[in-house]
Design a protein around this ligand. Structure first.
Ligand SMILES: [Zn+2]
Length: 190
């Protein structure tokens, strides 16, 4: 059976099975929506996240063209959410974060991660989120032809490394119309 990637559908619609699977299931040699080779790996993993509930992590990776997409969905999501937390020390770097592809993540004065077609969903912690952002900005710094853009990227990286090493307090805000995102901490405000 041929499966075609259709942008009008959500990510999980592309998964081979919509009913919850046991723990983890991987399908290999699926047709890639971009390079059309049968090189796509599709995986679904079930996680039990305290204070958030059962969560499904979906991912697609093409071993040929490196296309990658991932997303998360909470079983008990309660509709649109806005949540934030102040990160003020090393301990807070471990605060767990669930970010869906529809989430807008804001770290004021540092960075905003917008939702969109190339946006991924994942389960991480504050440190992991900062590292992901760092890698994205590094790509801009290393590949942009625009001087201003490269300079901006360098400044953002400086700010991120300062907060990563705990010398600056900062706030993370997540807005998600799908409700599939969360900041898992007693300190988080809704
Ligand atoms: Zn591909």
């Amino acid at each position: 059976m041929e499966r075609r990637f259709d942008n009008n559908k959500t990510f999980k619609d592309h998964m081979p099975e919509k009913k919850p699977m046991e723990d983890q299931e991987i399908l290999t040699s699926q047709p890639c929506p971009f390079c059309k080779k049968n090189a796509l790996e599709m995986a679904q993993q079930e996680m039990d996240i305290p204070f958030f509930g059962k969560t499904y992590v979906f991912s697609m990776t093409c071993t040929n063209c490196k296309f990658h997409k991932s997303d998360v969905e909470g079983e008990q999501s309660e509709g649109a959410i806005k949540t934030s937390v102040e990160v003020s020390g090393e301990e807070d770097m471990k605060i767990r974060i669930v970010k869906s592809s529809e989430a807008t993540v804001k770290i004021p004065h540092i960075v905003t991660i917008e939702p969109g077609e190339s946006s991924n969903g994942y389960v991480t912690n504050v440190e992991g989120l900062l590292s992901r952002v760092e890698r994205q900005i590094e790509t801009v710094r290393d590949s942009s032809d625009d001087d201003t853009e490269r300079k901006k990227a360098k400044n953002m990286l400086k700010k991120i490394s300062r907060v990563k090493w705990g010398s600056d307090k900062f706030t993370i805000t997540i807005e998600d119309p799908s409700g599939n995102s969360a900041i898992i901490s007693d300190k988080a405000k809704k």
